[in-house]
Design a protein around this ligand. Structure first.
Ligand code: DGI
Ligand code: FE
Ligand code: FE
Length: 201
């Protein structure tokens, strides 16, 4: 893969420049990069910096793709879950992002591609890279401001599995409040990490 960190920042800036203006998504992405690098250090995970940087940089790369292109990509590359995804448009960009990162930006490292793919739903048995991208997406400090993010942010500094549980609890509460359905994989991730957390006490 010849994608460097410097090049990733340029690509992301371009991807999130809309009508000549930098979209807030760009600052969110910078926040995720910063937070993920920080969690890698705090928890002494020793994930190579390039993996952390590129996963964070491209995690939301498909966020503004039009609906038709997203559905085409999902049908082509995620055919087995295509039907199950139709009711969950807010999740599409994570799966589609994996394909865009690979086909458009030449990222071939499956560790990075999976961190992008599962950044919205999580999944059972996540790698440390997948965990810190999932968590950083929720607790980055550039655009996730307000009281409600503080509990998850504090948990993130102490224990990654605790943070995952807190984040999904808050997400599910938010979805319930807005009458939106919880995707099966989100629920499976929640149940898995709830068990992990209970095991460790
Ligand atoms: O893309 P971001 O805004 O940075 O964050 P994200 O990728 O975590 O996407 C957040 C959105 O996805 C938010 O509006 C909640 C939604 N979401 C996450 N899990 C589920 C979900 N929506 C539904 N309907 N079901 C889920 O399980
Ligand atoms: Fe996202
Ligand atoms: Fe994000």
């Amino acid at each position: 893969c010849n994608m460097t960190e410097e090049k990733a920042l340029i690509e992301i800036k371009e991807a999130f420049t809309i009508n000549g203006e930098l979209n807030e998504r760009y600052y969110h992405t910078l926040g995720v990069i910063e937070k993920a690098l920080e969690l890698n250090e705090i928890h002494n995970l020793k994930i190579p910096k390039e993996q952390v940087f590129l996963s964070a940089a491209f995690h939301d790369v498909a966020k503004f793709l039009d609906k038709k292109s997203m559905l085409e990509i999902l049908d082509k590359y995620f055919h087995n879950i295509y039907q199950s995804l139709l009711e969950y448009p807010s999740i599409w960009h994570s799966f589609v992002g994996k394909i865009v990162a690979r086909e458009k930006y030449g990222i071939i490292d499956d560790r990075i591609l999976n961190a992008i793919c599962y950044h919205t739903t999580g999944r059972p048995n996540m790698t440390n890279l997948e965990k810190i991208i999932f968590i950083s997406d929720y607790v980055e400090e550039k655009t996730r401001v307000g009281e409600c993010f503080e509990v998850a942010r504090k948990a993130a500094n102490k224990n990654l599995n605790d943070a995952i549980v807190v984040i999904i609890e808050q997400t599910i509460a938010y979805l319930k409040k807005n009458n939106k359905p919880v995707y099966q994989l989100t629920e499976e991730t929640y149940q898995f990490y709830l068990k992990e957390v209970k095991k460790s006490v």
